[in-house]
Design a protein around this ligand. Structure first.
Ligand code: ADP
Ligand code: MG
Length: 682
């Protein structure tokens, strides 16, 4: 007897080789098989008379085999089976390539249904490789058929046959995670009906019902999971800060904050003294000055003796934050420390002691900040920079270190509102929708490699004017191997130095360098000692060198829109006119459209919306990076109402049963989806 956990090789027609191919699609057992949903559907319900077939259209015809099929060997490796079929209106010629056995499959005088694309003209109607089955069978014709995302070695027909068998074998076992009353209240069909009809819809209405049910389930589970993660944080009341004026902080800054920065800082101050845990997202485009809002929050917390942790996604960024923040904050009496993976053992021990003893007010670092051996005396505020790079679980783990610290999340990837709502749930949002004064629009160009000469001349001119440039180097994989970023970047930089800019300082930087070396390169670049920095995307996030005026991106087709926008945000941070040059020889429509978005707008929110449209929500964040389950059915861009319903239902359930003890199956499913490891959360 098969069940959900049975290996896919249970399915007829799937052996070792195909099982391996299916594994690439994430399908190893029957549950994964039947949860592999179609990406589209093909409507094969329409029957045509042969005489009515329009060239180019796909349709079913019901026709009788008029004569014995013939087999011809055209040349080595090419065998054609040809046959003539007729209905009451006309005749149709069929050709099958390289399936010689079909000669003996078709019986003269018998009726079949063929589905394919009509070709030819009124005198000679043809179809090539049409699907077929005996009339009345209705397995692959006469119905709406699923279209699955494929990979090498896995065909549509293999998949739908396999899914059919999978459903037949274990659909009865499909337990419904959704409580009965939720199903009733939201008019949702049973999970069995949903699985059957998402794959093999009886008609459009059945498909809509199935889709709605599955989308609801995804959004419901996602909401429940996020809420559970959040509720695992200690429920102790957080320390309320005493209410103080931000003026001393403002007065210490080398510039006047923008109105939007001030509003955000004051939102934060209000939250911190409100007597409940702050949960705030600060969203602002690259360069909008989010770091100063974080600084304000840290300063404010320190006024009440609370420690803060500022967690950044990369060492470079953590170090840079340390370099900008510590002079400012130390001057205001906030004692800062930098803790990264490369902090030496001795230094680390001393640092941890000071942190545990409360002699350090702010710890800046990477994931190292949540290592088990890091203890705080009085952690009151956790700031995560560029939070979309942290998993939800990591965020919660850091939260668990304090007595329910306040959370401030800084995001530079403008997140479409719908997504933010879903992912951050009950976060409050401060929007920094204003750039510091004096910024100029970054002119962006999309060109192909034939422009390199002109680009080099342009770089030379700008460097002569005192500016600096970033080049993000191609990471093109030769065959299937992972590209070696170190080699790619170093070779590129050397070649550029040797052949184009022998008189300038060109230096590579990449993630494989030791933190110290990286730091040295970044310092040299910031000090203007390096003219052209050749980099991988390690500079993508947050790095700030106002004198850099050119961002040149090779093989721009390799990057997502939001990533390109982030990279572009590395320039235009000072008062100099800045440029972004996107080089790509890929002239596919998709790529051209993406690059056109970049040249058209500098607005991160607009770009994020486009990105969402072009890539779909599943890819938007890279679900895995995020620790969130990916959505297969639900679509943030059009399921807003359903999202609202699902959230309401999830909240109602949690209000009645906070740990889902009365719903063990549901709970187990959520733990599995969120990969909640014991330990991480409690
Ligand atoms: P992001 O929002 O991308 O994190 P940053 O906080 O790194 O932006 O700020 C970008 C640059 O703008 C930094 O060099 C910072 O010192 C500067 N900056 C921030 N706020 C202001 C302001 N109000 N006026 C002038 N410059 C500012
Ligand atoms: Mg930043």
């Amino acid at each position: 007897m098969a069940d959900m956990t049975t290996d896919v090789r249970y399915v007829r027609g799937i052996g070792e080789a195909r099982a391996k191919s299916l594994q690439k699609l994430g399908v190893t057992n029957l549950r994964e098989l039947i949860s592999y949903f179609p990406r589209a559907y093909e409507d094969r319900r329409e029957y045509r008379r042969i005489a009515d077939l329009a060239p180019g259209e796909s349709a079913c015809v019901r026709a009788v085999v008029a004569a014995e099929p013939t087999l011809a060997r055209v040349r080595r490796g090419l065998e054609l089976v040809k046959l003539r079929v007729v209905d009451e209106s006309a005749a149709l010629e069929l050709t099958y390539f390289n399936q010689p056995y079909l000669k003996n499959t078709f019986r003269t005088g018998e009726e079949y249904v063929f589905y394919g694309k009509a070709e030819g003209d009124l005198l000679r109607r043809r179809m090539t490789n049409p699907l077929f089955e005996r009339a009345g069978e209705n397995r692959v014709t006469g119905r709406i058929m699923p279209v699955y995302p494929l990979t090498a070695g896995v065909s549509q027909s293999l998949l739908y046959k396999a899914v059919r068998q999978g459903l037949d074998a274990c659909a009865d076992e499909l337990g419904d995670f959704l409580p009965e009353d939720v199903r009733a209240a939201h008019r949702l069909c049973h999970v069995r009906y949903a699985y059957e009809n998402i794959h093999f819809p009886a008609d459009d209405a059945a498909l809509a019902v199935a889709r709605r049910r599955l989308a609801f389930e995804e959004l419901y589970l996602l909401t429940l999971g996020l809420r559970l993660l959040r509720s695992r944080r200690s429920s102790a009341t957080p320390c309320a800060c005493k209410s103080v004026s931000l003026d001393p902080f403002y007065a210490a800054l080398p510039f006047t904050l923008t109105g939007a920065q001030r509003r955000a800082a004051e939102d934060v101050a209000r939250d911190l003294s409100a007597g409940r845990a702050m949960n705030r997202l600060v969203q602002g485009d690259v360069g909008s000055g989010k770091t100063m809002v974080a600084a304000a929050a840290i300063w404010y917390a320190a006024q009440s003796g609370l420690q803060s942790a500022l967690m950044a996604p990369t060492e470079i960024l953590a170090e840079q934050h340390f370099q900008t923040l510590s002079p400012l904050l130390e001057g205001l009496g906030v004692r800062c420390a930098l803790l990264t993976a490369s902090t030496g053992a001795k230094e680390r021990r001393a640092l941890l002691e000071r942190l545990a003893g409360g002699e350090t007010d702010l710890a800046i670092g990477t994931h190292a900040l949540i290592s088990p051996d890091v203890a705080y005396k009085n952690l009151g505020l956790v700031v995560t920079d560029e939070q979309h790079r942290f998993g939800v679980a990591q965020r919660a783990a850091l939260g668990a270190k304090g007595s329910d610290p306040h959370l401030l999340v800084m995001s530079a990837t403008p997140i479409p509102r719908t997504l933010a709502l879903m992912i951050y749930g009950d976060l409050d949002v401060s929007l920094i929708d204003e750039l510091p004064p004096g910024r100029q629009k970054i002119d962006t160009f999309a060109v192909n490699t034939s422009y390199h000469k002109r680009i080099w001349a342009f770089l030379r001119k700008l460097v002569a004017e005192g500016r600096q440039a970033y080049i993000v180097c191609p990471m093109v994989a030769a065959n299937d191997e992972l590209p070696d970023e170190r080699k790619a970047v170093t070779a590129y930089a050397e070649k550029l130095q040797r052949e184009v800019f022998p008189d300038l300082a060109v230096a590579p930087i990449h993630g494989k360098l030791k933190a110290k070396e990286k730091d040295a390169v970044m310092r040299a670049f910031a000090a203007g000692e390096i003219h052209i920095l050749v980099s991988t995307t390690v500079i993508e996030v947050g790095v700030d060198v106002p004198n850099a005026a050119v961002m040149l991106i090779e093989n721009a087709e390799c990057f997502g829109l939001s990533q390109l926008h982030q990279l572009r945000g590395r320039v235009g941070r000072g008062t100099h006119k800045s440029y972004c040059i996107l080089v790509s020889d890929n002239d596919g429509e998709d790529n051209k459209r993406r690059l056109a978005v970049m040249t058209r707008t500098n607005n991160g929110f607009e770009i994020a919306e486009e990105d969402l449209k072009l890539r779909g929500p599943g890819d938007f964040f890279g679900a895995r990076q995020h620790g969130l389950p990916s959505l297969r059915v639900a679509d943030f861009t059009c399921d807003m109402e359903l999202l609202h319903e699902a959230r309401t239902a999830a909240e109602a359930l949690l209000a009645a049963d906070p740990a889902l003890t009365a719903h063990p199956a549901l709970r187990a499913r959520i733990d599995e989806l969120f990969e909640l490891k014991a330990g991480t959360m409690n």
